[in-house]
Design a protein around this ligand. Structure first.
Ligand SMILES: NC(=O)c1ccc[n+]([C@@H]2O[C@H](COP(=O)([O-])OP(=O)(O)OC[C@H]3O[C@@H](n4cnc5c(N)ncnc54)[C@H](OP(=O)(O)O)[C@@H]3O)[C@@H](O)[C@H]2O)c1
Length: 265
């Protein structure tokens, strides 16, 4: 794997920074080394994002985590050894500042985990424009603007990875799912557009569809983490799936992965 120099700025050294490009296609390569790559995890202070940040850090990546709750983001970053940044993905100004910060601190970005998301369920007869807009602002418009911002690095580098955290709700509708499921269907459409658009620049776009994982998801009022349940998925399985897709040599990419609990019954 090619050693890149001059990619780190600020407090980090230039040692062992791996480009995610495969510079020598003749050379036999089986996996991609995540050590010293720079990763951004939106919504990284909780649930699936936190578990993914933790596993990326264990693999040697330098990880920026973001969230709406500034104190929680700082506390979790301290716990994991991540770099916190306060960013609400519904704000274009916050997104711009986040990427300015990454540019200043690291000078590059290798991995975006586009994870920040909220739930919102309603029967069709009770649906309101406000509730639908609130969910779309995060799950659709926020995810799009965050991905768009990452291109300032990825297009220049001619490499990069966007992991969109969608849901099994992106695959099949269900009662009361008009708002949430349609937002994830939209993300699936976006994923496919970005795949077609960006692969010529060696940018991989990968969609992960978790089925139910007990987290704080859906509790917008108290943001209380649900305890792990014996037979259901945990955030770790999703983090593990993400790492597996990233570690594949970047001559290949996995367009979409769905993860179910084996025996939740
Ligand atoms: N849990 C499941 O069963 C499940 C299943 C399928 C897909 N998913 C998807 O997985 C992703 C993560 O969910 P999770 O289960 O880990 O839920 P979670 O524990 O509630 O975490 C959601 C994260 O997103 C952040 N967030 C929410 N709105 C934001 C905004 N406007 N700007 C920035 N950050 C924002 C939260 O930050 P704060 O805490 O600071 O507000 C939190 O860090 C979501 O996209 C969700 O749709 C979850």
């Amino acid at each position: 794997m090619k050693q890149c120099t001059n990619h780190h700025k600020g407090t980090h050294s230039n040692r062992n920074v791996h480009s995610l490009k495969n510079p020598n296609p003749q050379k036999k390569q089986s996996t991609l080394n995540l050590e010293n790559t720079i990763a951004l995890v939106t919504g990284g202070n909780s649930g699936l994002g936190k578990a993914t940040a933790q596993l990326l850090i264990e693999k040697g990546a330098k990880v920026v985590i973001t969230g709406r709750d500034e104190k929680k983001t700082a506390d979790v970053a301290g716990e994991l050894g991540a770099v916190p940044f306060h960013c609400d993905v519904t704000s274009d100004q916050d997104i711009q500042k986040m990427y300015d910060f990454i540019e200043e601190k690291f000078g590059r970005l290798d991995i975006l985990i586009n994870n920040a998301g909220i739930g919102g369920w309603s029967a069709l007869g009770e649906i309101t424009r406000e509730k639908m807009k609130e969910v779309y602002e995060v799950n659709v418009f926020g995810a799009t603007m965050v991905a768009s911002g990452a291109l300032r690095f990825f297009l220049k580098q001619k490499s990069g990875n966007i992991i969109n955290i969608a849901s099994t709700a992106s695959l099949k509708g269900y009662p009361q799912g008009s708002i949430y499921a349609s937002s994830k269907f939209a993300l699936r459409g976006l994923t496919q557009c970005w795949q077609a658009e960006l692969r010529r620049d060696n940018i991989r776009v990968i969609q992960i569809n978790p089925s139910e994982v007990p987290t704080a998801f859906g509790d917008e009022e108290n943001r209380k983490e649900r305890p792990i349940e014996d037979k259901k998925l945990t955030p770790h399985e999703i983090a593990h799936t993400i790492i597996c897709t990233l570690e594949m040599d970047n001559r290949g990419y996995i367009p979409e992965v769905t993860v179910h609990a084996t025996n939740p019954f």
